[in-house]
Design a binder for this molecule. Structure first.
Ligand code: ZN
Length: 82
């Protein structure tokens, strides 16, 4: 298995859709290729973020990392309104 094949079957691997034989090939490649380990890691994080975004309730609080300018604009608008 090479890196290109690895990325092609990454999704199947993560969701357990690969035959055992191919899964073993995957793990063998992972053991010797730091690039694919890093790729797998970022791929998993992307999936987690997507799932978190889809499962977030409508009235969830805004993300903590709101841009500073936006925060200031909201605070400014509030102070004028009161
Ligand atoms: Zn690789």
């Amino acid at each position: 298995m090479n890196c290109r094949e690895f990325t092609e079957f990454l999704h199947e691997y993560l969701f357990g859709d690969l035959p055992a034989e191919q899964q073993a090939e995957f793990e063998k490649h992972l053991a010797e290729c730091p690039w694919c380990v890093a790729y797998l890691d970022s791929y998993q994080k992307t999936i987690e973020l997507e799932q978190a975004a889809f499962s977030a309730p409508e009235d969830a609080p805004p993300p903590a990392e709101a841009p500073e300018e936006l925060v200031q604009a909201i605070l400014h608008a509030r102070s004028r309104a009161s």
